[in-house]
Design a protein around this ligand. Structure first.
Ligand code: ADP
Ligand code: MG
Length: 271
């Protein structure tokens, strides 16, 4: 089976005035297969957004190649982007349009007929609990609603490759659960999903495979279970959570991250 998304030896450095370039991601290679949810797990500053902005065509990479359904995102951007849905970390909603129009306008970038776009927009707004807001302007939405709308918009054309940069940051647990379910349903339909996160629970529950990203490099890449078995083992961990109070738990990806880096996942640069 051919990969839906291929990242080959991606390096990105940022130019800085009067200083040597800063290498934000170094020689990353991975593939995302149809029907796979692939996670980039790392703290703030690890290089998640840099990676994502290169593979969606937003930044030119310093070196390396990115193929979406076999099309190079920088050499054949129009063809590649027909298969790509993107939810970036920043809010890129257009404040001039209401919720439904936002979806419809985005849909016109893809070669779909209006009937299909309207149908799909309504389904997505319904699933994400935004239907009641379909005629609201963006400024009247809460932060969580805006985030959900941005994900819905990325899904308008039912893309073969979906890329989400920290999609659930700022979402309440209920909204997070709905989004996880939507991504799981899309996986069953063969969508290839790449998501970045610094929530180990999200990575562990949702992702088929995870690349642990730290200081711009992949430290390991495997299924969550194998990462845990390889680096920590499967024995129950007993922790003293308060003086004299012991808590037994299974080993998790946070333990893996700590073992590999000496740091906690939440201890990244300030965002
Ligand atoms: N436009 C930029 N210019 C210079 N450095 C940047 C730029 N964007 C990000 N960086 C730096 O690159 C590193 C990776 O950042 P980023 O990719 O945003 O990480 P993450 O998304 O994992 O938090 C950080 O040290 C950040 O400060
Ligand atoms: Mg980021």
């Amino acid at each position: 089976m051919a990969a839906s998304l291929e990242v080959k030896n991606l390096t990105k450095s940022y130019q800085r005035k009067g200083q040597p370039p800063f290498v934000a991601v170094r020689d990353l290679s991975f593939e995302v297969m149809p029907g796979e949810i692939f996670g980039l797990l790392g703290p703030n500053g690890a290089g998640k957004s840099t990676t994502i902005n290169c593979l969606t065509g937003f930044y030119p990479p310093t070196a390396g190649e990115i193929l979406i359904e076999g099309f190079d995102i920088h050499q054949s951007p129009k063809k590649a982007k027909q298969h790509l849905g993107v939810c970036s970390q920043e809010d890129t909603l257009d404040t001039d349009f209401d919720v439904l129009d936002q979806m419809l306008r985005y849909g016109t970038f893809y070669r779909l007929d209006r009937f299909q776009i309207v149908k799909r927009a309504r389904e997505l707004l319904e699933t994400l609990g935004l239907m009641e807001k379909s005629n609201e302007l963006i400024e009247n939405l809460s932060g969580g609603m805006r985030r959900k709308l941005q994900v819905a918009r990325a899904l308008i054309a039912n893309p073969k490759v979906l890329v989400l940069d920290e999609p659930t940051t700022g979402l309440d647990p209920d909204a997070r659960r709905i989004l996880w379910q939507l991504l799981t349903d899309n996986r069953k339909l063969g969508m290839a999903t790449l998501l970045s996160t610094h929530y180990m629970e999200e990575a562990e529950r949702l992702c088929d495979r995870i690349a642990i990203l730290f200081q711009g490099a992949i430290l390991d890449l495997d299924t969550p279970q194998k990462l845990i078995e390889k680096h920590i083992g499967i024995e129950i961990i007993e922790e003293e959570i308060r003086p004299g109070v012991f808590w037994k738990r299974n080993p998790n990806l946070e333990d893996v991250f700590l073992k590999l880096t000496g740091k906690s996942l939440s201890a990244g640069e300030e965002s």
